[in-house]
Design a protein around this ligand. Sequence first.
Ligand code: ADQ
Length: 468
Amino acid sequence: MTRLIIVSNRVSPPTGDGKANQGGLAVALASALRATGGIWFGWSGNETDEFTGQINISKTHGVTTATIDLEAQDVEEYYNGFANRTLWPLFHDRIDLAEFERGFAGGYERVNARFADTLMPLIAPDDLVWVHDYHLIPLGSELRQRGVRNRTGFFLHTPWPVMRLLLSLPSHRQLVEALFDYDLIGFQCQAWLDSFMEYVVSEFQGVDVDELGTIRIGDRVTRVIACPIGIDTQDFMASAASEEAESARLEMLASLHDRCLIIGVDRLDYSKGLEQRFHGYERLLLDQPEFQEEVSLLQIAPPSRAEVVSYQDIRKQLDALSGHINGEFATVHWVPLRYVNRGYDRTSLAGMFRASRVGLVTPLRDGMNLVAKEYVAAQDPEDPGVLILSKFAGAAEQMTEALLVNPYSPEELSDALAQALRMPLEERRQRHRALLKSVEREDVHWWLRTFLDALEQDRTEPEQDGAD
Ligand code: ADQ
């Protein structure tokens, strides 16, 4: 079996405390690496005064990881800068928050070059190299410049922005040209792939694209695919049916006093639409007062990227808004909004998902959104909750039986909440059955196989000598 080298900004080696506390992605990548005897390469998360290029190799639960430390300036310019203050907001349609500083772009190039320098000696001739996410777009090109000829794939976990927005990035052309050095580029859904193709066709003269997603430009050939990521569905379903999850469910139900639970679980990020979600809930309580004291919204949102000012701002706004909603509607017996800034283990989350009548997943933009899939997998098929899902999440392309909403509209959110809360059991079951089918079929193992088969397949295709 061909050895696999996975490269991502950070690595998540298996923790050894069972699958339940690790995300499906980390577990699936680890199991692929175990099978191929490969390596997971990335930043250790440590900051040093000066970059040394020293590689720390360790083996944890059958998975070999190789990590490097970065110097403080790298972390500031590459990670907090170009990745989280330029590309992340731009790729999530927030150019108002995107910062276009040359220093950030320089740090991004430098760190990608450093990744390439340190990774190079670890790559054997037949290895497949799979690079993940927006932090490392130029890595494939950096490796090619150093003579790497291996099959190299890239998967983007975020959306790809529409052309009009991408053009606001000063180095947009350079960024996209770097992608042409990969043999395969994977997007979460067709919409992001289409945006990419629109840019490629209009920006590069003489480019040749076919209906299979092959792009020929000069002497370079690459292929694009839409390959939606999934969860480890069987594992999540088993967690949700476990005794531990059952006690989390019962505890939650006991605290609700027969009220219906609406649940949201997201990283605290402006792309997740939490402010708009709270406004939608407020609208429900205002316009349909019969729901007052009958429902409770639990929003779990652990803080992330706290060094970045826009994340500090959104946190303050949500603190104020949750206080406002509770101040406006709470009674001595009822707290309408439970807003919790911490993470929970996956089994407890599964139990809480199962205790809820409605799952509220309403990002303003999201590459895929795995919470939507976890919510479906956690439900009791006999008495399932209803998923309300943003039209602007990649997951909406697959999960068409959810109640699809425009997350910017408080009225649409409020209407969908009322519809979900009143939905008859039979309709809930039907929608859940259809959703679960796709979450089971296109799970994380399917995603991994599909991407790697496509990457391998191109290698085994005969060379087309003299093809035009
Ligand atoms: P994220 O933006 O982090 O991922 P998401 O897909 O929702 O978003 O994944 C978050 C994961 O973290 C889920 O597995 C969820 O259960 C977990 N999580 C969230 N809040 C939690 C909490 N309070 N406690 C414990 N766990 C919590 C990026 C992209 C997404 C894409 C994924 C995978 O932004 O669009 O779906 O990568 O490709």
